[in-house]
Design a binder for this molecule. Structure first.
Ligand SMILES: *[C@@H]1O[C@H](CO)[C@@H](O)[C@H](O)[C@H]1NC(C)=O
Ligand SMILES: *[C@@H]1O[C@H](CO)[C@@H](O)[C@H](O)[C@H]1NC(C)=O
Ligand SMILES: *[C@@H]1O[C@H](CO)[C@@H](O)[C@H](O)[C@H]1NC(C)=O
Length: 319
């Protein structure tokens, strides 16, 4: 479920309607603030974001941009706050200019989606724990399990958050997770090892270990065609890409900004690809629960620039 601010434009009393939107936002996302000053500050951010959403979506209606912005749960944050809170370190930006000979295929029947086969679990929520690398890797392991058994499974990120080290919420690399599983340390399902608000002691139950053997882990060739093939052949793939402040208000459509970095700061799970309204995209599962983006997913421009936002450079498969 989602609400829009579409009617805002038609209301005569804009200020009153912003107030109404603010009240709705706070209730919908269960927001609380430490003081009146704190709330006032976030209300000001919200107003600015509303303005940005409205201007951007006018361009979307005219077909000048390929994705829609909306009041996401991050709409009360400034860009800097969002980046700091969700631990996306800022990277030097790269301006992507048009590349001759690098044309979008715009072929609507050229699509693939691992969700339709049952290889992808529900969208999870890392919250402010910087363990995106664990969430993305567990997604790949769920895919591996599916490909080996034909059975869907929901594995426990908390298991790895608690058991890999005492600082898993401060960032890491997917290889650490695959190494951990490869060495036979084991993993429980989410039912057996549920999510907790903060990291704790390792409570892995050996008797309930989910048998998973890893034969091979590797990088996909830094190329979009190779990534497509690897996705279909080897299952959902971990991408270490750049997720910047511009993800804050993403609601739907094919995300594209001319400015992005090609140095990664976030890990996600690639589960498919396709084309929508003439824009080719990669279908990506994020770990900020279902109430962000397209039910927890983001579509990112494909066939537009080489290694756009570092999508192809650190793509890791597991077999
Ligand atoms: C579009 O994609 C489909 C599926 O990959 C493929 O079979 C077809 O040949 C493509 N068509 C064009 C015109 O590229
Ligand atoms: C999985 O299902 C497919 C199609 O139903 C079947 O061809 C394949 O043998 C099954 N694989 C396993 C490991 O059960
Ligand atoms: C976390 O720290 C405690 C106390 O130093 C230690 O006993 C425990 O083994 C550590 N856990 C992990 C997963 O490293």
């Amino acid at each position: 479920m989602r609400y829009t601010i579409f009617f805002l434009i038609f209301l005569p009393n804009i200020l009153a309607s912003i107030d109404e939107e603010w009240q709705k936002f706070k209730i919908y996302y269960k927001k609380t603030y430490s003081s009146q000053a704190d709330e006032q500050e976030h209300y000001e951010n919200f107003k600015e974001n509303l303005n940005e959403i409205e201007l951007h979506n006018r361009l979307f209606e005219k077909g000048q941009v390929s994705y829609r912005k909306g009041i996401t749960k991050f709409a009360d944050l400034t860009d800097d706050e969002f980046v700091a809170k969700y631990r996306f370190d800022k990277r030097p930006p790269k301006i992507y200019l048009d590349e001759p000979g690098y044309e979008s295929s715009k072929n609507a029947s050229d699509r693939f989606d691992w969700r339709e086969k049952g290889a992808v679990s529900k969208v999870k929520n890392q919250d402010t724990c910087g363990a995106c690398w664990i969430f993305a890797s567990v997604g790949a392991l769920e895919g591996l399990y599916f490909r080996k058994t034909n059975k869907s499974i929901v594995l426990s990120e908390q298991n790895l958050i608690d058991c890999i080290s005492n600082h898993t919420c401060k960032g890491g690399w997917p290889e650490t997770v695959f190494q951990y599983i490869y060495s036979g340390k084991g993993i429980n399902t989410e039912d057996d090892y549920p999510r907790t608000p903060s990291p704790g002691q390792c409570k892995f139950q050996k008797l309930k270990n989910v048998p998973l053997t890893i034969k091979d882990v590797g990088f996909v060739k830094n190329d979009e065609e190779a990534l497509k093939k690897a996705l279909v052949k080897k299952g959902p793939i971990v991408l270490c890409l750049y997720a910047g402040e511009k993800w804050k208000l993403y609601e739907s459509g094919v995300w594209y900004e001319r400015e992005c970095s090609d140095i990664p700061n976030h890990a996600v799970l690639l589960v498919g690809y396709g084309s929508e309204n003439g824009h080719d995209y990669w279908l990506i599962k994020n770990s900020h629960s279902e109430d962000w983006g397209e039910n927890g997913y983001i579509k990112i421009a494909r066939n537009k620039h080489r290694n756009y936002c570092s999508i192809t450079k650190f793509a890791i498969y597991v077999e």
